[in-house]
Design a protein around this ligand. Structure first.
Ligand SMILES: [Zn+2]
Length: 152
């Protein structure tokens, strides 16, 4: 039971307007769309069914890398959710290959191969984070990799 803050009339708990004085005291509803979603979080763009159906495929993509991408293309070629993760994993693969090439070409500098090695470890960590994001049904562009604008 609640009372009108203006005239004191007894009101129904669900009332949003006072029948006596007409005061409107509807609580501002928390707006779901208002919650700031980071622009790299694409979870909302995907179908809940698509996510649940292709979660395992997306996990495999991050677990097996290039082989996982091929498996996903065969098993879930038409899934947007799996496709998203294939693109993220492709970025990681491309970056790893570029790093390897740099390390090979500049191996005489010693520092470049070491730096490339460190970057590969970071990319591996990124993959693990992606894997756990998929476990919770999310579609988040991986850190670091997301700053590379290709394959959105
Ligand atoms: Zn009132």
């Amino acid at each position: 039971m609640k009372f009108c803050p203006q005239c004191g009339t007894q009101l129904d708990d669900a009332a949003v307007m006072c029948p006596n004085c007409g005061a409107n005291f509807a609580m501002p509803q928390p707006n779901m769309a208002y919650q700031a979603t980071p622009e790299y979080d694409h979870t909302a763009e995907f179908d809940a069914k698509d996510i649940s159906d292709n979660k395992v495929v997306a996990m495999v993509v991050y677990l097996l890398g290039t082989i996982g991408i091929i498996i996903a293309a065969i098993l879930a070629g038409d899934s947007k959710y799996a496709g998203f993760h294939v693109r993220q994993q492709l970025k990681i693969v491309v970056l790893s290959v570029l790093l390897s090439i740099c390390a090979a070409v500049l191996c005489w500098t010693i520092i470049v191969p070491i730096a490339a090695g460190v970057c590969c470890v970071i990319l591996f960590v990124v993959r693990i984070i992606c894997f756990f994001n998929v476990c919770s049904g999310k579609a988040v562009e991986p850190a670091i990799v997301r700053s590379f604008g290709f394959l959105k």
